[in-house]
Design a binder for this molecule. Structure first.
Ligand code: PHE
Length: 338
C-alpha cells in the first residue's frame, strides 16, 4: 500500500497538462469514483490496524495533492482563455490623457510663427566650448559674462561650459558656410543665477538669425512685428530701445505693449504699458568674419528671447519656478491646449 501511494504521488507531481482535455483525463484517472485514488481508499480495510493511522494520513495527503494540482493547472488554462478574449483588435485604440508642458506649447507656437516666415529650426549641443559660446560672438576676453558668476564651467583650459545662450547654435550654422541663413534655435540654456520667482539657473530661449545680401534693420523690425501680433494678438504694438550686445551692432531691446492692460498700465508692466521681451540687432561684422563669412558682401540680423518670460506674460504666471516643479495642479491647467 505504502509503495503504491508513493508511486501515484510521484506520477501526480510529474504531471503537466498541455490542454484542458488532458487535465480532465487526469482527474478521471486519479479522482473519479472508479479512479486510482478512490480504489486505494477501498483497499484501506485491508490495512493492518496498527498501520491505519499512518497510511490514512498518506492517503489523504495524496488525494489532497491531486486536487491541488488540478486546481492549479485549471487556473492556468482559465487565464489563457481570458487573455485571448482580452485582445480584441476591433476595439478603438486607447487614448492617453495628459498634456504638453506650457513651455513646450509656447515653444511650438513660436517655432510655427517663424517657420511661416521661412525660418528653419537648428539645434546644437548644450555643452559648448569657449569659441562657440563666447569668442566667435565677439565677447572680449575680460567680458563679465565669461566670469564664474554667470557660467557653469565643466572645466577650464580649454574652456568647456554649459551654453549660456543659443547664440552658440548660430555660430555652428554660420560655420557650415551655406548662405543665405534663416534659422531659429530653440533650446535649453544655463546660467549660474540664484533661483527666484523671476530667475532660474536653467531656462529656454529661441534665437533667430538671418544672413543674406542687403539685410537691414527694417527687415528685422517687420519680422518681429509679425511675431508679436501673431503671438500676443493683432492689437499689439512694438517699440525698440537702443541696447548693447557684443555680437550685434546696432543693438536693441524690443518691448511689446502690455497684453494684460492693453498699454494703459498695470502691475505686470509696472504701469509703463510696455514689457521687454527680447534682445536683437544687426550681426556685428566681427562675428561674420569669425565664422568665415565676408562681411563686405553679407549682412544679417539676430534676435533672442526667453521662452519662460513670454509664457509668463501670455498665461499670467507670476512665479518662474512653477515651470520646473512638475506640480500636477499647475500642469493640468494646460492640458486642453496644444
Ligand atoms: N544672446 C542674447 C542673450 O542670451 C540674446 C540676443 C540674441 C540678443 C541675438 C541680440 C541678438 O541674452
Amino acid at each position: 500500500m505504502r509503495e503504491k501511494i508513493a508511486i501515484l504521488l510521484d506520477e501526480i507531481h510529474r504531471f503537466e497538462a498541455e490542454s484542458k482535455d488532458q487535465l480532465e483525463a487526469f482527474r478521471i484517472k486519479y479522482l473519479s469514483k472508479k479512479g486510482l485514488i478512490p480504489a486505494l481508499f477501498d483497499n484501506f480495510k485491508q490495512v493492518l490496524p496498527e498501520e491505519r493511522k499512518e497510511i490514512g494520513k498518506l492517503l489523504n495527503e495524496l488525494k489532497q495533492k491531486a486536487q491541488e494540482i488540478i486546481e492549479l493547472q485549471q487556473e492556468c488554462f482559465a487565464e489563457t482563455t481570458q487573455k485571448k478574449i482580452k485582445i480584441d483588435t476591433s476595439l478603438p485604440a486607447i487614448t492617453f490623457s495628459g498634456g504638453r508642458h506650457p513651455l513646450s506649447i509656447v515653444r511650438r507656437e513660436i517655432n510655427s510663427i517663424f517657420e511661416r516666415q521661412g525660418f528653419v529650426i537648428a539645434e546644437g549641443p548644450e555643452i559648448e566650448d569657449d569659441f562657440h559660446n563666447f569668442s566667435a560672438l565677439n565677447f572680449p576676453a575680460d567680458h563679465p559674462a565669461r566670469d564664474m558668476q554667470d557660467t557653469f564651467f565643466i572645466h577650464k583650459y580649454p574652456d568647456v561650459a554649459l551654453r549660456t545662450h543659443t547664440s552658440s547654435v548660430q555660430v555652428r550654422v554660420m560655420e557650415q558656410g551655406k548662405l543665405p541663413v534663416r534659422i531659429i534655435a530653440p533650446g535649453r540654456v544655463f546660467r549660474n543665477e540664484a533661483i527666484s520667482a523671476r530667475a532660474h539657473c536653467i531656462f529656454h530661449q529661441v534665437e533667430g538669425l538671418y544672413i543674406d545680401k542687403d539685410v537691414s534693420f527694417a527687415d528685422l523690425k517687420q519680422t518681429l512685428y509679425y511675431f508679436a501680433r501673431e503671438f500676443f494678438g493683432v492689437e499689439t504694438k512694438i517699440r525698440f530701445r537702443p541696447s548693447y550686445f557684443p555680437f550685434t551692432e546696432t543693438s536693441a531691446e524690443m518691448d511689446v505693449s502690455c497684453n494684460i492692460c492693453g498699454g494703459k498700465g498695470c502691475n505686470i508692466c509696472k504701469y509703463s504699458g510696455w514689457v521687454e521681451i527680447l534682445g536683437c540687432g544687426m550681426v556685428d561684422p566681427n562675428v561674420l568674419e569669425a565664422c568665415g563669412i565676408d562681411s563686405n558682401i553679407y549682412s544679417g540680423y539676430a534676435f533672442g528671447m526667453g521662452i519662460e518670460r513670454i509664457t509668463m506674460m501670455k498665461y499670467q504666471i507670476n512665479d518662474l519656478r512653477l515651470f520646473f516643479e512638475n506640480d500636477l495642479r499647475f500642469l493640468k491647467q494646460f492640458e486642453t491646449l496644444v
